[in-house]
Design a protein around this ligand. Structure first.
Ligand code: PMP
Length: 370
């Protein structure tokens, strides 16, 4: 049975997540034969001219989108962000004789720390677990000037807390897991040492992880590392050290092009993301505590809106009604419970409007009984 466009729901999945429709349509139209290649992108060599062009275009579009300075390198890797939890300390901590600082603002930061401790000395400089990660560090963040690097998670996908601004680390390289908010806004790249993001939320599909790394940090990568795990080799070989996930790179390239040409860049994307998330947070704030947001107000995520309803029964009724209206994948992660609306770049405004309307109606109908 052929799936039709009409069957598409508004998909609030935390990832792999909704893709922009024009990207899917473009991929569909080119799937049997990539223009000029005489074969599908799924069938051609990673060393062929057409794939080389795809890779170069994806890179140059990303460089343009984020105004990445010349002293940074972009690479595409496999292994997801989880592999980066290990590769970051393997490459940037081993052999330095220093310790790395980790800021834990949610589940993912904790998992990054769990891998880093296997590679070297790690200091947890801030941990929000006592309040189930509903906040970010404020004046209580004390960073060490002698750290090998500082690691943080710009957006915690499960708890829905997002940094508005990056931590100030002076000369210590800042490493960011940007998996769930990559390309949601402009970034001052020169304040970062390394940024990594798996693509399956905001930048494409599962299988590829995008890395932006400051060139001088490559001097830390030790020869003794297994080849695949050494950043320097991926940079030297221009992401072709081994066979890259060609289709995922192609798709990420289409997403970058969509952002550039159809959205008009990441500053426009930020405006859209602000508008979308505000719509939902306003309903939460106006609901007289019927909806209770998980994140504190000053660190609410534009990407993952997390909130609770007064009871499990009401939550289930809400999810059932949402699903009847074609609003899917809204159940929160088990560690937080409640609802999580993942509204990444590709979620259309109309999807968020429908969710907002449902929230308003549901609150009006059920508030008095609680
Ligand atoms: N970091 C964050 C912030 C994430 O949201 C995720 C995935 N949900 C990961 C890391 C892990 O990514 P992957 O599954 O690609 O390894």
């Amino acid at each position: 049975m052929e799936a039709t466009l009409a069957e598409r729901v508004y998909n609030f999945s935390p990832g792999p997540a909704a893709l922009p429709l024009p990207v899917l349509e473009k991929a569909q139209s080119e799937l049997l034969a990539l223009p000029g290649a005489g074969a599908s992108v799924l069938e051609i060599s990673h060393r062929s001219k057409p794939f080389g062009e795809i890779l170069e275009k994806a890179k140059s579009d990303l460089i343009e989108l984020l105004s990445i300075p010349d002293n940074y390198r972009v690479i595409f890797m496999q292994g997801g962000s989880r592999l980066q939890f290990s590769m970051v300390p393997m490459n940037l901590l081993r052999g330095t004789g220093q310790a790395a600082d980790y800021i834990l603002t949610g589940v993912w930061g904790g998992k990054a720390r769990d891998e880093a401790v296997k590679e070297g000395d790690v200091r947890v400089v801030w941990d929000g677990k006592d309040s189930n990660y509903d906040r970010l560090p404020g004046g209580d963040l004390q960073l060490n000037v002698d750290a090998a690097y500082v690691h943080f998670t710009s957006n915690e996908t499960i708890q829905g807390v997002q940094f508005l601004d990056e931590p100030h680390t002076s000369d210590v390289p800042l490493v960011c897991d940007a998996s769930s908010d990559f390309l949601c806004r402009p970034l001052p790249i020169d304040r970062y040492g390394l940024i990594y993001a798996c693509a399956q939320k905001n930048a494409g599909t599962a299988g590829v992880t995008v890395l932006i790394i400051r060139e001088d940090l490559l001097d830390r990568c030790q020869e003794s590392l297994p080849g695949y795990l050494n950043y320097r080799l991926h940079v030297q070989e221009n992401s072709l050290y081994n066979t890259p996930p060609t289709f995922a790179v192609y798709l990420a390239g289409l997403v970058f092009r969509w952002l550039k040409n159809e959205v008009g860049g990441v500053a426009n994307m930020l405006e859209r993301n602000r508008r979308k998330s505000k719509m939902l947070y306003e309903v939460i704030d106006d609901s007289d505590d019927f909806f209770q947001g998980h994140a504190q107000q000053d660190c609410r995520s534009m990407m993952n809106v997390t909130f609770h309803l007064p009871s499990d029964e009401l939550q289930q009724a809400f999810l059932d009604e949402a699903s009847r209206r074609g609003l899917c994948e809204l159940k929160g992660h088990r560690s937080v419970g409640g609802i999580r609306a993942s509204i990444y770049n590709a979620m259309p405004i109309e999807g968020v409007e429908l969710l907002r309307d449902l929230m308003v109606e549901f609150c009006d109908q059920n508030r008095s009984s609680h």
